[in-house]
Design a protein around this ligand. Structure first.
Ligand SMILES: [Zn+2]
Length: 415
């Protein structure tokens, strides 16, 4: 009987997790450490640095305000396959505004923080700014947009590299990199400090970059949560039953909080105030989270002190006036979204351009006539595939090809 309940409990937990799909950051961290055990030592060093600093900061100093505002230059990489994934500048600006509002505790729903947690609710005194210069001093609007042949992304870092049809990170010592894409397995994931600099940053599903005032349940706080991880904040339940999140003013909590609870929820014998489920580092619904704590503020801010893992951000030139002004290229919808056929109409030879996505190489091309009859078959062997059509009768023909995630149909006219 006991075993039976145990199995049920595990199933329920797994079901909840799969429905949640909220954040992949802790799984990602475990995978990174699994691939490179030396990372564990670096993370321990960062943790020890945090603890050492925490030990010499008094409670009065911790809540003393104002502190110098930490300004972080941000660069967005938008990878889109469909037009709706190419999120507008307005949405990105609103997402950044939501981020700043919550990190400066200017959110209107801060009044919902329970009275017993209000004294420790923090204005993080951290601000996020659109980068205005790249590392060479060339002007930027802080958004790199790229069409990609990839339809779905996973939390495996492919989106962070040109070679896998994503976009390379800007120097993460100087910029917070945010990749926006059709992320399928989780709503977002982030690196913690101390991991590979080329992979450093936040990846977020494009649906979580929303305009402020949006009437959906999604209020853009996935972004707030993921940036929290980038600032070394752990999930508030400490990833395990009654675990440790490295912050002493967040009560121990048994697990994540789904949905939108109310009242006091006591777990892990925390105390009469119960769980701090309205904290941004829980899994509560967006509408029901409204605070960071002073302890989280301290943990995030020590990263920027001398010797801290994100200290180099303070000397970034990303917010300095550019020394070279470069006109941004107009963001045309790519004409090569489908393989182009040239010339068309044609008499003897057509060329089909596959250079936008080399994964077409080795795939089968079928040419059919207007009646659907197959008249020719060819394997794609070149990025610019030539096909001899001299023996075809004049008329309209269709080229069809299929690969794992995409099918192609193009029409051409033989004269
Ligand atoms: Zn998370």
């Amino acid at each position: 009987m006991r075993k039976y309940f145990g199995v049920l409990g595990v199933c329920f937990f797994v079901l909840q997790l799969s429905a949640q799909q909220k954040c992949g950051s802790s799984e990602y961290l475990n995978k990174q450490i699994g691939n490179d055990p030396s990372l564990r030592q670096r993370i321990v060093e960062i943790e020890n640095f945090s603890k050492k600093k925490a030990g010499i900061i008094t409670t009065d100093q911790r809540i003393a305000s104002p502190l110098p505002i930490i300004k972080i230059p941000v660069i967005f990489h938008v990878l889109y396959h469909l037009p709706e994934e190419n999120v507008s500048m307005q949405k990105i600006a609103d997402a950044l505004a939501i981020l700043n509002r919550d990190y400066r505790r200017e959110n209107a729903d801060s009044i919902n923080t329970p009275s017993f947690f209000k004294p420790i609710a923090a204005d993080m005194e951290i601000e996020f700014k659109f980068a205005v210069s790249d590392s060479r001093g060339v002007s930027t609007n802080a958004v790199v947009r790229k069409y990609t042949p990839v339809k779905y992304w996973l939390s495996d870092d492919n989106v962070k590299s040109n070679t896998t049809y994503g976009d390379d990170a800007w120097d993460s010592k100087s910029y917070l990199n945010i990749w926006i894409c059709n992320l399928e397995d989780v709503t977002g994931y982030s690196t913690f400090p101390g991991l590979d600099p080329k992979l450093d940053g936040v990846v977020i599903n494009y649906k979580n970059i929303i305009e402020s005032g949006s009437s959906t349940a999604n209020l853009g706080r996935t972004f707030v949560h993921e940036v929290g991880h980038w600032l070394n904040l752990k999930h508030i339940w400490g990833e395990t039953y009654c675990g440790d999140d490295g912050v002493d003013d967040t009560p121990k909590q048994s697990s994540f909080t789904p949905g939108c609870p109310s009242g006091i929820r006591i777990s892990c014998t925390n105390n009469s105030s119960g769980d701090m489920y309205m904290n941004y580092m829980d899994f509560t619904d967006d509408a029901c989270m409204n605070m960071f704590s002073n302890g989280q503020k301290q943990r995030a801010r020590v990263l920027f002190e001398t010797g801290g893992a994100r200290n180099s951000i303070l000397t970034s030139t990303g917010l300095n006036d550019p020394s070279i002004y470069s006109a941004m290229l107009p963001d045309f919808y790519p004409k090569w979204l489908n393989a182009q056929v040239y010339p068309n109409p044609a008499i003897s030879v057509i060329n089909i351009y596959f250079d936008y996505d080399q994964r077409w190489l080795g795939k089968e091309l079928i040419i059919s006539d207007m009646m659907g009859r197959r008249v020719m078959k060819k394997i794609v062997s070149s990025k610019i595939q030539q096909i001899d059509i001299s023996k075809l009768q004049p008329g309209i023909y269709f080229i069809k090809a299929i690969k794992e995630d995409e099918s192609l149909v193009q029409k051409f006219i033989k004269l």
